[in-house]
Design a protein. Structure first.
Length: 209
């Protein structure tokens, strides 16, 4: 996690803490109310802006959801559709690493996703907010998402082993550059899921009958 994402996390924790402080007004006051609000805000941030189901899938294999590749890829398809539809401000590219890029999907796999921001603090902060929203979406859908944002290509190369593992680009802000479709990703993983058409037209994934 870089400093921009930490700044956004602190801002989110502050909002949660203020809401908790206000809600506790009828039962606590003074320093006790402030302390309880801060603890509640930090806890809420850890839950709603974290990787809960990714951690559970690694540590409690029997607890994990999305164990089958078709349903895993269907979630990736919906993710790509959201990016293509919303086109988050400040986001230059989204790449997948980990088991999908290595073609080694298993029951304990999570989705290692990285957002690369355009240059500038404002763009980085906007992308950090997009990261928060995607983590929240994954939490509500019990999906094992491991998502972080990077400021630049230099940070990407410094934190990811791009020399040995090439990321799969699933979104580009530059429409002239082509991103990997989930149809292509499915074929790369062995063709275990059939999709109506590429996500540019908003198709949903479905399993083969």
């Amino acid at each position: 996690m870089n400093w921009t994402e930490r700044a956004h996390r602190l801002a989110v924790e502050g909002v949660f803490a203020l809401l908790a402080w206000w809600a506790l007004g009828s039962v606590l006051d003074g320093w006790g109310r402030l302390f309880a609000g801060v603890v509640a805000g930090h806890t809420a941030s850890m839950v709603f802006n974290g990787h809960l189901f990714a951690l559970l899938k690694h540590d409690l294999r029997w607890f994990g959801f999305y164990k089958e590749l078709p349903e895993f890829l269907a979630y990736v398809q919906r993710l790509q559709l959201r990016l293509l539809t919303n086109r988050p401000r400040g986001l230059a590219r989204a790449e997948i690493y980990g088991s999908l890029s290595r073609r080694s999907f298993s029951e304990t796999s999570d989705l290692d996703l990285r957002f690369i921001a355009r240059a500038g603090f404002a763009n980085g902060f906007l992308v950090a907010h997009a990261v928060f929203l995607e983590r929240l979406w994954a939490l509500l859908h019990r999906f094992p998402l491991d998502l972080y944002m990077f400021h630049s290509e230099d940070e990407l190369r410094a934190k990811m082993n791009v020399a040995k593992e090439k990321g799969l680009v699933v979104y580009r802000a530059d429409e002239a550059a082509q991103a990997l479709s989930v149809t292509d990703l499915s074929q790369r993983m062995g063709g275990e899921i059939s999709l109506d058409e590429d996500l540019g037209s908003g198709a949903e994934g479905r399993r083969r009958q």
